[in-house]
Design a protein around this ligand. Structure first.
Ligand SMILES: *Cc1c(COP(=O)(O)O)cnc(C)c1O
Length: 485
């Protein structure tokens, strides 16, 4: 019910012979077959009762029967709408953690669906009929693509780091450079994870400079592990130094201490071959570390998971650790991960087949052309709200990869129109952003100054976007019923 219905009735309203509240039976009986089939008689009856209760409580004019049925159907529709649903990520951040990170290729989504609706050989060896190991479905592929001897998969990279620390260095010291004691998005802080894994942190060097001798002095009988952490979302520049990785690896070997590297994003291919800024590959990291941990849904472009890859003896200890059972992943994850890893076997087609790479490598000119092509249609759909122009913008890879590198892109810039001058524009901008979030498939952009910027780097489904936008009502019309939200 809209707020206008909350006005108290005047004696006049009552005198004009208030319409009597219709009976539930009549309201349900007169409902269309379509509505009853969609929601079922029971749910529709309950919704009608709820609307009637509201009408009685508000005490305003009684709407006619059709309006009551419509309100009931509307509240059922909004109740039925899934909480987790697709949106258009036009923020310019390709791997947006809050918007679900990497997009799966269709083939991977189909592989997931196939094992979801039917039994699978998740832990069953089809050759022998004996029990199998779930990591077997992807371990060979990971090894082939990274040069690792063995690999395990867990819930996410945070879990991978926790597991490696606990399996290889519980109750022992883990030596880390001070410059790498980072916090990555909210709750992942290297020192905290170490404490939870039961390890003692041994910091060496300074924030900007750490030398090989710092590690040499710290290594001793209490050392369980040396860890390197990719600083991901920040960069130290200027007067800096880090220990030569190859020399550090040799030092660790001399002491019989494993060296782990948390790569974070961990690309499987050399991004510079695609014209993107370079990011350390897992293969390169394994040349200077014994185990490497990385995410499945960052640059790799698959699903949320964490991968530990490296030396066979160390991976065996990781796999045997009881935490592995607690951190293991579902068949859906293996199905999606396997399908994506298979795409890497055909690198020539990767920029077409793998959405993350396809979006990251889109040339600015193509995005600009797309923006110009759809600007008139978008201008029509947002008329009354904003004027539309095409502008330059900068996309980001996101998820901590390459924090200082950016990608030139093009955007639709929605500048609010209407009365109220600049201050009014800010409010209109916020209201338009809210309406865009309220669309059937919400459109998420970013507010820059007094405009909404929609970076089109990540827009592939143009028809779907325009279709969702066509549900934008004009500024004067009230926000649709939001009960059930
Ligand atoms: C992103 C990141 C993590 C956490 O990975 P999740 O997959 O989000 O759990 C850990 N370490 C580094 C260096 C990262 O960049």
């Amino acid at each position: 019910m809209t707020s206008s219905a909350t006005a108290r009735p005047t004696p006049d309203d009552a005198a004009q012979g208030q319409r009597r509240i219709p009976s539930v039976e009549r309201l349900v009986g007169g409902a269309s077959e379509e509505v009853l089939a969609a929601y079922g008689r029971t749910a529709f009856t309950a919704a009608v009762r709820a609307v009637l209760a509201e009408i009685r409580a508000e005490g305003g004019t009684v709407p006619d029967a059709a309006a009551i049925r419509e309100a009931a159907a509307r509240s059922l529709a909004s109740e039925r709408r899934p909480s987790l649903r697709p949106v258009f990520n036009l923020t310019g951040t390709v791997l947006h953690t809050n918007l679900g990170r990497a997009l799966l290729p269709r083939s991977a989504a189909e592989a997931v669906a196939a094992v979801m609706v039917q039994a699978s050989n998740l832990e069953f060896d089809l050759a022998t009929g004996a029990r199998g190991e779930r990591d077997d479905h992807v371990e060979g592929l990971i090894c082939r693509l990274t040069g690792a001897e063995a690999a395990v998969v867990v819930n996410n990279n945070a879990a991978a780091v926790l597991l490696v620390l606990n399996a290889l260095a519980m109750r022992r010291e883990v030596v880390v450079s001070r410059g790498e004691l980072v916090e990555i998005g909210g709750s992942f802080r290297v020192p905290d994870v170490m404490a939870r894994a039961g390890c003692r942190l041994r910091e060496v060097g300074t924030t900007n400079r750490t030398h090989l001798r710092d590690f040499a002095e710290a290594l001793g009988p209490r050392t369980g592990l040396v860890m390197k952490v990719h600083p991901s979302n920040y960069a130290i520049t200027g007067f800096t130094a880090e220990a030569d990785p190859i020399a550090l690896h040799a030092l660790c070997r001399e002491h019989g201490v494993p060296l782990a590297e948390d790569l974070g994003s961990g690309s499987l291919v050399d991004l510079s071959a695609y014209g993107l800024p370079p990011e350390p590959t897992v293969r390169a990291a394994l040349a200077r570390a014994d185990v490497v941990t990385f995410s499945g849904d960052k640059l790799l472009g698959a699903v949320q998971c964490g991968i530990v890859a490296g030396r066979r003896d160390l991976i065996a200890r990781v796999r045997k650790n009881p935490l592995k059972r607690a951190l293991r992943v579902d068949k859906m994850t293996y199905a999606a991960l396997e399908a994506v890893l298979r795409l890497y076997l055909h690198p020539e087609r990767l920029t077409e087949e793998l959405p993350t790479l396809r979006l990251l490598t889109r040339p600015r000119a193509a995005i600009d052309a797309q923006a110009r092509a759809i600007a008139p249609a978008v201008a029509d759909l947002v008329s009354g709200w904003a004027t539309v122009s095409v502008g330059d913008c900068i996309s980001q890879i996101g998820s901590g990869a390459l924090p200082v590198e950016t990608l030139p892109s093009a955007a639709l810039v929605l500048a609010p129109e209407g009365e109220g001058g600049r201050r009014g524009a800010g409010g209109r901008c916020k209201r338009l952003a809210e309406r865009l979030r309220g669309l059937p498939v919400p459109v998420i952009g970013r507010i820059s100054g007094d405009a909404i910027v929609l970076d089109l780097r990540t827009l592939e489904d143009e028809a779907g976007f325009l279709d969702s936008l066509s549900n934008l009502s004009s500024p004067g019309v009230a926000t649709p019923d939001r009960r059930g939200c």
